[in-house]
Design a protein around this ligand. Structure first.
Ligand code: ADP
Length: 264
């Protein structure tokens, strides 16, 4: 199947029915698909979305694989975006004592640590932005101006987000990571889940476009966002943008610098 940005994705026709499989090199991305299975069960536990069930994971001759329920896409049901927004809000109400998660997982092909922190500001700076900025710096992708502006942001990180309880987040909620299932509802997959600030998911949903305005109005009715939430999404998106910068370099630096100049 096409569409997968990282893995070899396949549809398997078997005597037990149709399955969906993803395959990748085990030594290059250790534990990646096992982490994906864990993320899918996290989503199933903390939401009412119909999440593909995992049949198994394993490593065979340096090939890691995950085998899961196949989703046959159909057309969107009436009220699709409204239900999607409400379900996302409901998932974000699922909470935890601290920000983080008890396992390391992956954001795309990047290892994502999730060490617990008591505040979102600490977590966002120490566990999300700073390690990626350091990686970008080592690769020669972070200019002095970028480093200086990030340091300014780090020094007053608590002022950028409203204080909220940790929320169960998808972690990589861009348009490529949801689809319409056989019942016409949205299903979400390919997570990078942890307990974080819910505005991280909303930011990511707007990074490459594709979510209908009804999604946000339904979300806001079910679990109202703090005032000026739209203004903060650029700050939230510094994390996925830094991830893109370390992976692909180039033009992402301009986007990051322009956000930092405007918001910090
Ligand atoms: P990658 O990790 O390589 O980005 P994805 O998990 O995003 O791969 O899956 C690639 C594509 O395969 C998705 O965009 C989606 O269209 C399709 N897909 C994902 N999960 C399933 C599933 N359980 N059943 C059917 N198709 C799926």
């Amino acid at each position: 199947m096409g569409g997968g940005s990282i893995n070899d994705a396949r549809r398997l026709y078997t005597s037990e029915g149709i399955f969906f499989a993803k395959i990748n090199t085990a030594s290059e991305f250790p534990g990646m698909l096992e982490a994906e299975a864990d993320g899918l069960s996290f989503l199933a536990k903390h939401s009412s979305f119909k999440i593909p069930g995992v049949a198994g994971t394993g490593v065979t001759n340096d090939q890691q694989w995950i085998l899961m329920e196949h989703i046959s896409s159909s057309s969107r049901k009436k009220g699709y975006w409204e239900t999607f927004g409400c379900q996302m809000a409901e998932m974000h109400r699922s909470t935890n004592e601290e920000f983080g998660y008890d396992k390391t997982n992956y954001l795309g092909s990047l290892v994502q640590k999730n060490n617990y922190k008591k505040t979102w500001a600490e977590f966002f700076v120490e566990v999300r932005l700073a390690p990626l900025l350091e990686m970008a710096r080592q690769k020669g992708e972070a200019s002095q101006e970028m480093v200086r502006l990030f340091e300014k942001l780090f020094s007053r990180a608590e002022k950028y987000f409203p204080e909220e309880p940790p929320a169960a987040v998808h972690g990589d909620l861009w348009t490529g990571n949801f689809m319409t299932d056989e019942d016409g509802n949205a299903t979400i997959f390919d997570p990078a889940s942890y307990f974080g600030h819910r505005e991280m998911d909303l930011g990511m949903s707007q990074l490459f476009g594709g979510f209908d305005p009804i999604f946000y109005s339904a979300y806001n009715e079910a679990y109202p966002l703090e005032k000026d939430w739209q203004e903060r999404l650029d700050i939230a998106n510094l994390y996925p943008l830094l991830a893109h910068l370390t992976l692909f370099g180039g033009s992402y630096a301009f986007k990051i610098i322009s956000i930092l100049r405007k918001k910090v």
